[in-house]
Design a protein around this ligand. Structure first.
Ligand code: ZN
Length: 84
């Protein structure tokens, strides 16, 4: 569940649409961010909003125990109070 997916959800856009920095801004999310673990630079597709408020990169995402990131857009939007 990436910044890209969450932006699409919040703005009601399709996942096949083009996204700009303006779109992520509107959703209150960063277009470019850094991984909280390895500090890699991330675009919206690689950036996963973490439950502690920091971004987790797909580089450090633990598929077996993904307890630090939101698993669904619904969960994230609710927790971050993004649904308008
Ligand atoms: Zn990382």
């Amino acid at each position: 569940m990436s910044v890209f997916t969450l932006t699409a959800h919040v703005l009601g856009k399709g996942l096949d649409e083009q996204f700009t920095m303006e779109d992520t801004d509107k959703a209150g999310l960063p277009f470019f961010s850094g991984c909280q673990y390895c500090h890699a630079s991330l675009g919206p597709l690689q950036a996963l909003p973490g439950k502690n408020g920091y971004i987790v990169g797909t580089c450090c995402y633990d598929q077996d125990e993904p307890s630090d990131v939101y698993l669904s857009v619904e969960e994230a939007a609710k927790a971050l109070e993004m649904d308008q």
